[in-house]
Design a protein around this ligand. Structure first.
Ligand code: SAM
Length: 214
């Protein structure tokens, strides 16, 4: 995603009621933050939040946390939140690098993790920065409940092949793997398109998806 500094975005994020600040978070406190005991689903690298906000509209009994590294991107999600006719009370955001995810969620605190169109980091020496890498899978292993699942979608075939190869060494297994999600009627049931999914499927790129567990 090309990034442009947006003047005022840091200040707007600091003041937003929808943002939980990394320094304010305490692993294990998410049910207190949402004031209920509903399941917690997170999207890492959520971009402008289209996917997670649609899930939040459809599933009021699930709590959603969107994680995004850049203020200039997160601010777009906050703008969309302000436009909602009925304010969503089951979603919030954190601006942070997901490398520190285990500081923000406790062991077994998260019920599901979504990764969508994660940055590919094509150079081999940057492999550990890829969100489906074994280094990140080890972090997800800590915060995800034992029966929890992780869902990953991308149109980037080399990144997807890498992600599939990482599963066994990291101790995860695939429940579902498809290399053409949009041609699979059963898997498309209830599919919520991300912003990148709309963009890349509209130019004919097949969308890969896995659902994994351990
Ligand atoms: N998930 C959205 C979608 O499918 O439309 C956005 C995809 S965009 C290509 C990837 C997003 O992940 C960017 O907004 C980027 O800033 C964010 N990101 C990449 N690495 C991250 C990290 N380590 N921690 C948090 N966010 C990250």
């Amino acid at each position: 995603m090309r990034l442009r500094n947006i003047p005022g975005s840091r200040e707007a994020i600091a003041e937003s009621q929808y943002v939980i600040h990394e320094e304010e978070t305490r692993a294990g406190s998410w049910h207190e933050i949402f004031e209920n005991d509903h399941p917690i689903y997170i999207e890492i690298g959520m971009g402008k939040g289209q996917f997670l906000m649609e899930l939040a509209r459809r599933n009021p009994d699930i709590n959603y946390v969107g994680i995004e590294k850049y203020s200039s991107v997160l601010i777009r999600a906050l703008e969309k939140m302000e436009e909602e006719e009925t304010p969503l009370s089951n979603i919030c955001f954190i601006r942070m690098d997901a490398e520190d995810i285990v500081k923000v969620f406790a062991k077994n605190e998260v019920d599901r993790i979504y990764l969508n169109f994660s940055d590919p980091w094509p150079k081999d020496r940057h492999a550990k920065r890829r969100l489906p890498s074994r280094q990140f899978l080890a972090r997800y292993d800590v915060i995800l409940k034992k029966e929890g699942t992780l869902e990953f979608k991308t149109d980037n075939r080399p990144l997807f092949d890498f992600a599939v190869e990482e599963l066994e060494p990291a101790g995860w297994q695939a429940k579902v793997i498809t290399y053409d999600l949009h041609s699979d009627a059963a898997l498309m049931e209830g599919n919520v398109m991300t912003e990148y999914e709309e963009k890349f499927s509209s130019i004919g790129n097949p969308i890969c998806k896995y659902i994994i567990f351990r």
